[in-house]
Write a protein that binds this ligand. Sequence first.
Ligand code: PGA
Length: 263
Amino acid sequence: MNKFLIVGNWKMNLNTAEAGMLVHRLHEKIKIHKDVEVVIAPSSLTLQPISLLTDHRKFKLAAQNAYFQDQGAYTGEISFTMLSGLVDYVLVGHSERRHIFNESLDDVTKKVAAAFRNKLVPIICVGETKTERLANETEQVLHDQVVTALANVTSEEVKNIVIAYEPVWAIGTGDVATADQAIFAANVIRKNIKELYGNEAAKEVRILYGGSINSSVAGDFLRAKGINGLLIGGASLNYAQFSDIVNIALRIKNGLKTKGDYK
Ligand code: PGA
């Protein structure tokens, strides 16, 4: 079984001093563990100072976004090339990027290609809106988002990618999906990857669930078949919540199966 991957997406929160304080607290609470990989995604502005403060055996870093060109006259943007060597992962196509900043499927394709060109692992976020779910379009939406994101990805590269299933209606709403809904989506995603790259690649791709995760529901998703970890927004800003979730992941890896065991 793969390691769990637990990613904290801090979004547009915390100045440099606040971010440093949170990292300091997380260092105290979280232990190095071979079965759980912990990644934090601070704002672009704080990545560099946070990197200097971080014990990289405990945490890896992710950027929340980057532009697909490597350099040039793109005022206000940062590139995957600039992030290379500073972070291991980059979030691509987060629903807030797609919906607030109008990122298109084509932008996501180009960003995934830029990530691989610069030796970074993309965490590709996919998920349906409430309207799409009610119209029974979830499967089609996931298909379109996954297939276009992978348009330029080779069969070697695909094994490294991470896909985060984040139903848009569950992000920041407190309206968490059920584990069964996450399992269904993970199956759809793996089926699409299998059709493109074969069975082995479909098994190796890591799939996360994200959307209103907190420490009381995290274990339900970590025990769900085909889910390899979590992408956590709001709860990742709270060191007690985030470290509790990491500890739940550790306990599940240590073989504790029922909710009573890991709560
Ligand atoms: P949330 O955000 O945990 O606050 O719902 C998840 C995300 O946007 O990645």
